[in-house]
Design a protein around this ligand. Structure first.
Ligand code: SAH
Length: 226
């Protein structure tokens, strides 16, 4: 998979990709993540990528020209499955959406800033809009990092134990069961006996029961989903 992230503040998004699972995924060659500074595509002498809003009002708007120039160059080199604008009014990110995106080959994530992008970018240049929740961030960079993380960890080989992503919460509409590690007893607080029994079938049954119970208690609406 190849992901291009377009931003006017590249520093804001570099660190999530330079550590842990996202770093290893790149080192293993399973994904390439390219952070692109939109200022490189600015056309004015001050290299600005934003301007005042027509009609007045507070807040700057990201201009269409640098974004279009950048997208044109990228599209001349690759065919993209989706060009995604991070936006609070976009389709809400969910596990099924992350699963769907993890099957794509080439993605662009466009980060807005200030008041967002010129509406013509949304009308003509992008194919999809994603929100990470009903709240407003100051920029799309953290949202893009959230989407990239949720998607990249699903690519086969990224997690060391491939079955691990499948047993996470929201896969199969279930919340993950509790997990424990050593010591088996701490300050008198014990790990459930079954997990120490070595009886794999019983352990799996216990985990499934716990997952069901947790889902019923915390997110009963998930059990109604098809
Ligand atoms: N004026 C806009 C918000 C702009 S926030 C509005 O009211 O809808 C600035 C940028 O942050 C947006 O362009 C978007 O890229 C990003 N952003 C803010 N909240 C987000 C969210 N919940 N999900 C995804 N991106 C978000």
């Amino acid at each position: 998979m190849h992901i291009d992230i377009l931003t006017c503040l590249p520093k804001l998004i570099e660190s999530p990709f330079s550590d842990s699972i996202l770093k290893r995924a790149q080192a293993k060659g399973l994904v390439t993540v390219n952070i692109i500074d939109l200022r490189q595509y600015a056309t004015n002498k001050h290299r600005t990528t934003d301007d005042y809003a027509f009609g007045g009002g507070a807040g700057m708007v990201m201009m269409i020209e640098p974004i279009d120039n950048c997208l044109t160059e990228l599209k001349s080199k690759r065919t993209y499955d989706d060009i995604i604008y991070m936006s609070p009014d976009g389709q809400r990110l969910s596990q099924p959406l992350a699963n769907e995106l993890s099957l794509k080959k080439n993605l662009i994530l466009l980060c807005g800033h200030y008041k967002g992008v010129d509406e013509r970018v949304r009308e003509h240049l992008i194919t999809r809009e994603i929100s990470i929740g009903d709240y407003v961030l100051s920029g799309g960079e953290l949202a893009a990092a959230v989407v990239a993380d949720a998607v990249v960890r699903l690519i086969p080989g990224v997690l060391s134990d491939e079955t691990s992503a499948l047993s996470d919460s929201f896969q199969d509409n279930l919340i993950a069961p509790p997990v424990y590690t050593r010591p088996a007893e701490y300050k008198g607080w014990k790990v459930p006996d079954v997990l120490l029994s070595g009886h794999q079938a019983r352990i799996e049954e216990w985990r499934h029961d716990q997952a069901l119970e947790r889902t019923q208690k915390r997110r009963p609406e998930l059990l109604q989903k098809p």
